[in-house]
Ligand binder design. Sequence first.
Ligand code: NDP
Length: 460
Amino acid sequence: MTTPTTLLILGASGDLTSRLLLPAIAQLLQRQPDRALVLRGAGSDDWSDERWQEAVRTAFATVGAEDQVARVAGSTYTKADVTDRDALAGLIAGVEGSLVIYFALPPAVTVAACEKLVDIPLPAGTVLALEKPFGSDEQSAAALNALVTRIVPENQVFRVDHFLGRSTILNIMGVRFANRLVEPVWSADHVEKVLIRYDEALALENRARYYDKAGALVDMIQSHLLQVLAIVAMEQPADLDEIDLRDAMAAALRATRIVGDDPARSTRRARYTAGTIGERSIPAYTDEQGVDPARGTETLAEITCEVDTARWAGVPFTLRSGKALGDRCAEIVVTFRPVRHIPGGLTGRPADGGVLRFSLGPDRIDLELNVNGGDDPFALRRDVLSTGLGKGTLLAYTEVLSEILDGDVALSVRGDAAEQCWRIIQPALDAWRSGAVPMEEYAAGSRGPDDWQTSHGTTA
Ligand code: NDP
């Protein structure tokens, strides 16, 4: 058995804990028979230990890990306002061994709790696990970073980005860096454009309290898709550790900005109207419970960035994400520049020099090539070579928790990278708030406003 780690979840009665954290803990224990874990929950709801243990049992059952419940059998729950210094200190007092504090709290409450933690003695090596959003703009992200590093050093701060699990990041890097067919053409000389897209078929799903204040740009692009861009655009890191990998990602983000610094031309936003997804009728976003139409929250966002490095200058990177779309689609599409056409030669002049498409979750690549085929040997057509990539057998949150408990922060979002992501989107936030970019509409269950599909050439 390893030395026990205490995992203290603040906000233990909330949605993240029951839906994502507890099943991940269950799966982790299932896969790691030697892992010794002391699980403690705290929150403002008036739960008994029994009520908490019932929540644990229910969540463990969702991943078929009922047999692991015994390993956290003595788990306790404390009703506490974690913004109260003495209450917070009481949760930490008596912890033996190492401690992970997981902030499964509303963002403002996380900040208030961190302010109190500054002068509470913590066990050596305590890790803080913070959920997105990290701040609400560049300044507040910088202030939060300054605050948490007064509590513990940066390499003990884990800013969770569950979107790209470890196996997906390794899959992208494997294709990029292990293939002489790919790496030498991974630049502006050969790549015409890149699309990073996350379309959800889910609508609001009762999450107005959070989502109506965030919107698609903050919810997905600021926090997740810019991390994907960093992996796609970064230079090859010397190593995959917390220094080299995170340095390479941060450097790519520092070089990234909205094309032309002109959100009016390089960003778009839209909101869904009533429609159907499969059998389900979806009300217009503005009619969803808890939505304040006056807020003008977008449910589909698109920004086009440039990465101003020798490798990428001039290549548009389009990031798009939205809710209530007809099909779930999570992909990175790299479109290569057309090659010179042979006059009088092959017919069927291709529009591009091939496309490499990564589908995320399940991970797969499709390499679209221009090939000869059919009856006419002079005629080009499109064909696709496809293969699945390493599956990864764990839930994304299980991978994240495993890294947190091991103190491995290589794939956590470093503080400066979080600030850069806010810096990149800030001109869009400002332009959208001032009305400089019109709010478009699309029917729930459609593929978004009609002309958005063609402007970036995806065929998915
Ligand atoms: P919830 O509102 O469902 O849960 C937050 C929990 O914190 C509630 O149990 C709440 O109790 C409790 N809480 C609030 N204030 C205090 C306080 N002063 N002292 C103690 N407990 C308090 O939010 P989520 O679980 O959805 O989100 C938590 C974090 O995770 C957020 O930062 C969110 O952005 C992030 N996240 C959530 C995801 C999700 O799918 N839910 C996905 C990815 C990230 P009460 O209900 O009594 O107020």
